[in-house]
Design a protein around this ligand. Structure first.
Ligand code: NAP
Length: 248
């Protein structure tokens, strides 16, 4: 058995530890979105495979027997490529998918279908917005220049940010509710924009916004291809054990 673990989430890193303890040969794969990714206890590769064909070549060359897709729920292209490559080569694939966050009674929560819709959902009058969506798409908010944006990024931005008024905080999760509540208070935040990543690594901002009664604009997850889904790493380990027993 030789597992390719597609990572980039807190849950993927936890699973890597479990696979190491279980002595299951594993290669961990990062997209390379951060300068210094979290070190893993298993051999690690960084960077794209080169689309579907590149991933197919990689799976063959590395003799990968199982793929676990534990990427971020918004990394839809990677999940689609994994689905298509595994299907074409008959390599078993399991997606580790953490449950989405859901609003609770009393939350001031608006769901946006995508990032553009989240920008539309911001008010006309100036607001202080915690834009908790990573670096890749923040420039889309330049069309609402009346707001002050608080960004939280893993690395200092390599290119200038196209937002007229912004503050960038450099920090790496997981975060806790106490710190995030303080952050939102310190910056007089009125609105929080987030991707519905689910899981524990980034939930603190959702709870902090709830505690402070702030408007939460939550971007819904993109559609992912149908396939086997595990809610937690224990289910992934059972799936691998079952595969090993059956010799597939
Ligand atoms: P994506 O759009 O699904 O992937 C784009 C390309 O990046 C893939 O086609 C693949 O390149 C490469 N890639 C992605 N994940 C990879 C992995 N684990 N190992 C190797 N290559 C990988 O995903 P994205 O561009 O990374 O991000 C899309 C959204 O997810 C963004 O909104 C981002 O904020 C969010 N997100 C991603 C991560 C992450 O670790 N990737 C973490 C947090 C949030 P090839 O086609 O060349 O193979």
């Amino acid at each position: 058995m030789r597992v390719l673990l597609l990572g980039g989430t807190t849950e993927a890193s936890a699973l890597a530890k479990t696979l190491k303890i279980a002595e299951i040969e594993t290669v961990f794969s990062y997209a390379g979105r951060t300068k210094v990714p979290v070190a893993q206890p298993v051999p690690t590769r960084v960077g794209g495979f080169g689309g579907l064909a590149g991933l197919q070549d990689y799976l063959r060359a590395e003799k990968i027997t199982h793929v676990v897709d534990a990427t971020h729920p918004f990394a839809a292209q990677m999940s689609l490529n994994a689905h298509n490559a595994c299907h074409s080569l008959a390599v078993p694939l399991l997606r580790l998918e953490r449950p989405a966050w859901t609003p609770q009674s009393g939350d001031d929560w608006v769901t946006a279908s995508d990032i553009e819709a989240a920008c539309d959902a911001l008010p006309v009058e100036p607001a202080c917005v915690f834009l908790a969506i990573g670096r890749m798409h923040v420039d889309l908010f330049a069309r609402k220049p009346q707001h002050h944006y608080l960004l939280r990024l893993v690395d200092a931005p390599a290119q200038p940010i196209a937002l007229a008024h912004h503050t960038a905080v450099i920090a790496r999760g997981p975060f806790n509710v106490f710190e995030d509540t303080q952050l939102l208070r310190d910056h007089n935040i009125t609105h929080v924009v987030a991707k519905n990543a689910g899981g524990i690594g980034a939930v603190a901002k959702v709870e902090a916004a709830r505690n402070l009664g702030l408007r939460m604009i939550m971007i819904a997850r993109p559609e992912l291809p149908d396939g086997l889904v595990a809610p937690d790493s224990a289910t992934v380990m059972r799936w691998l054990a079952h595969s090993a027993e059956r010799g597939v």
